[in-house]
Design a protein. Structure first.
Length: 244
């Protein structure tokens, strides 16, 4: 591998065992050409698991109102080949990859799947070399942009769609949104909307547009309904515990 110290500087992590980095950068095509050369698939397997763990924990902390299904969907937005390959390109991994001449001649150094696999392998290598904390720091540093771009406020994701999906699991009747008021001058208006289901008010929201106010109302309704579900499940579990 050419200039490993330069790459470690780019990564912002210096390996105690540099051979781990070398393995992480070695594509399986080399092992097909030269027997007994260790390649990066095992590290890729390990790195994938570490990425899932670290980002699952981060999402769990960031979104306390999200249920298991929504957390899973959000993680899937983050952890995909396109994103992993994009981070690899930002780090400039391509020129450092060790691969067969045939793979290289077919554009292997910039192939999305190969770059994504290499990134996972590097995470696995950092985990083995420096432990979970080192791997976690590296992952969160390079996923910071993608985490910050996640829909974290009521107006930046689709709470109305989520609320409708939630309610349709219980009833065929969709939620209804009612405009309660519009206040302020034309250049700085504030809208207030209520969301109802089967005639029952669920929540009210405010925003700089009718759409934003409806979105906030839907978000608050979801939060309220999911909280009630959690309390019901806890009571049910306690009853079962007392019966056994």
């Amino acid at each position: 591998m050419s200039n490993p110290k330069e790459l470690q500087t780019k990564l912002g992590y210096h390996f105690k065992n540099a051979s781990l980095l070398n393995i992480a950068l070695t594509h399986p095509s080399v092992a097909q050409e030269k027997k007994q050369i260790e390649h990066n698939q095992r590290l890729e397997f390990l790195g994938d698991a570490v990425i899932q763990l670290v980002l699952s924990h981060e999402l769990f902390k960031r979104f306390p109102t999200y249920n298991e299904g929504l957390l899973t969907k959000t993680r899937a937005r983050l952890v995909n080949r396109r994103t992993l390959a994009e981070i690899s390109r930002q780090l400039g991994l391509g020129p450092y990859l060790i691969m067969s001449k045939g793979e290289e001649s077919h554009g292997g150094r910039d192939r999305t799947s190969i770059l994504a696999d290499a990134f996972e392998a590097i995470i696995g290598a950092i985990y083995l070399d420096g432990g979970l904390q080192a791997a976690s720091n590296f992952i969160l540093q390079h996923f910071a942009k993608y985490l910050d771009e996640l829909p974290g406020t009521p107006s930046s994701w689709n709470p109305k769609g989520e609320l409708q999906e939630y309610l349709q699991a219980k009833s065929q009747e969709p939620p209804v949104y009612k405009l309660l008021s519009v206040r302020g001058p034309d250049h700085d208006r504030e809208f207030e909307c209520m969301v109802l289901h089967q005639g029952i008010p669920l929540a009210t929201g405010k925003g700089k547009s009718k759409k934003a106010a409806e979105a906030e109302a839907a978000y608050l309704a979801l939060k309220k309904l999911r909280s009630a579900d959690s309390e019901t499940e806890s009571v049910h579990a306690e009853k079962i515990k007392k019966q056994t």
